[in-house]
Design a protein around this ligand. Structure first.
Ligand SMILES: Cc1cc2nc3c(=O)[nH]c(=O)nc-3n(C[C@H](O)[C@H](O)[C@H](O)COP(=O)(O)OP(=O)(O)OC[C@H]3O[C@@H](n4cnc5c(N)ncnc54)[C@H](O)[C@@H]3O)c2cc1C
Ligand code: SF4
Length: 318
């Protein structure tokens, strides 16, 4: 057991200051990922800053007609919110496809975005892992990589981003709102929020030490038919092998975001542009730069099959 100190922050500013001023400090929200990582000594924070009591648990309309979701809104509450279910149904569907009821009751919007990969070698401290311990190598590269990413990967790391919610947020063009230790707020488009692994897979987002996520803002609803299809090894309580979030418009247009295949929630303009030409065209566009291993090559046909099924479903609806 590694010892650590704990404080309950009294304000957003105090939380950011506390986390920035202590080397090795971490925020704790629902704790459903961080506590597991601490038990395994994959993360060894020296100080925990509890952000559960900062009033960041509201879902509000923005003046622009969008939705601001507090960083501490629980996944269960977000999925059940009637505005989310009506106007951003893909988000609700992605959330309920993740984890289990008990976990969703604790898991928060901010924590979900920042959950760490489920690469098995990241969790096994006897194995080399550039993400967990930079410069040690990658156990997955020549090992079991069935669940891992095929897009955005590097020679240093092929880990997949595990979040279902983040795929929907990417599809909806969410902005991640933050505040840093100097009280400076910024809004980061989710497209720019996650870093690709490159040579530094240990750096996963553009957040600075002590920068707190305060909310996630969605733009005005875009209408259309919202779907989220997740293929996994078990019917529940399992991470995606491949997932597809899609919004089909009335006029043959569509937009897509993908989970389970990318080093971050994956979306490309080329895939959206290919939408009127069907599942094969979208697959070719999104997978143009795919880099697979013998273990995870099956994800390529799986992407196409999921898309074909979504197109068929959409035709039946029409
Ligand atoms: C068995 C199991 C199955 C799961 N299955 C799925 C699944 O199928 N799909 C899926 O998407 N997820 C799944 N999850 C993951 C789960 O969704 C995440 O653990 C959860 O969303 C994390 O949220 P949290 O609030 O508990 O984060 P925490 O564990 O509290 O924090 C996670 C990270 O975020 C940081 N953090 C938290 N809040 C903030 C903030 N406001 N600002 C800045 N940093 C912050 C913490 O410092 C920490 O680094 C599963 C988890 C488990 C244990
Ligand atoms: S794929 Fe990434 S997370 Fe997995 S062992 Fe390699 S470096 Fe670590």
């Amino acid at each position: 057991m590694k010892s650590f100190t704990y404080e309950r922050a009294a304000s957003v500013e105090a939380a950011a200051k506390a986390a920035a001023s202590v080397q090795g400090a971490r925020f704790i929200a629902g704790g459903t990922n961080l506590i597991d990582l601490m038990k395994l000594q994959i993360e060894t924070p020296t100080h925990l800053v509890d952000v559960n009591h900062l009033g960041l648990d509201r879902i509000e309309r923005t003046t622009e007609g969008g939705l601001r979701i507090g960083a501490l809104v629980r996944n269960t509450d977000l999925a059940a919110d009637k505005t989310v279910r009506r106007d951003y149904a893909v988000l609700s569907r992605a959330l309920v496809a993740g984890a289990s009821g008990q976990l969703r009751n604790k898991a928060t919007t901010g924590g979900n975005l920042l959950q760490r990969t489920r690469c098995p070698y990241f969790y096994d401290t006897r194995m080399p892992c550039n993400k967990r311990k930079p410069g040690t190598g990658c156990g997955a590269m020549e090992g079991m990589s069935r669940s891992l990413a095929i897009l955005g990967v590097s020679d240093a790391c092929i880990a997949q981003h595990p979040s279902d919610m983040a795929v929907a947020m990417r599809l909806l063009d969410a902005q991640v709102d933050t505040m840093d230790a100097d009280g400076v707020a910024r809004s980061i488009p989710i497209a720019d929020f996650y870093l690709l692994p490159g040579d530094t897979p240990n750096r996963e987002t553009v957040l600075k030490q002590g920068e707190l996520i305060t909310s996630v803002t969605l733009p005005k609803p875009v209408g259309g038919t919202h779907v989220y299809r997740k293929v996994r090894d078990r019917a529940s309580y399992a991470f995606a092998l491949v997932s597809v979030g899609a919004i089909f418009g009335e006029d043959g247009t569509a937009r897509f975001a993908f989970g389970g295949i990318g080093a971050r929630p994956w979306r490309t303009q080329a895939a959206d542009a290919a939408a009127p030409h069907g599942a094969r065209a979208v697959t070719d566009a999104v997978l143009a730069d795919a880099r697979t291993t013998p273990h995870n090559d099956f994800k390529k046909p799986l992407v196409e099959r999921i898309l074909a099924s979504l197109y068929r479903q959409q035709e039946e609806r029409a």
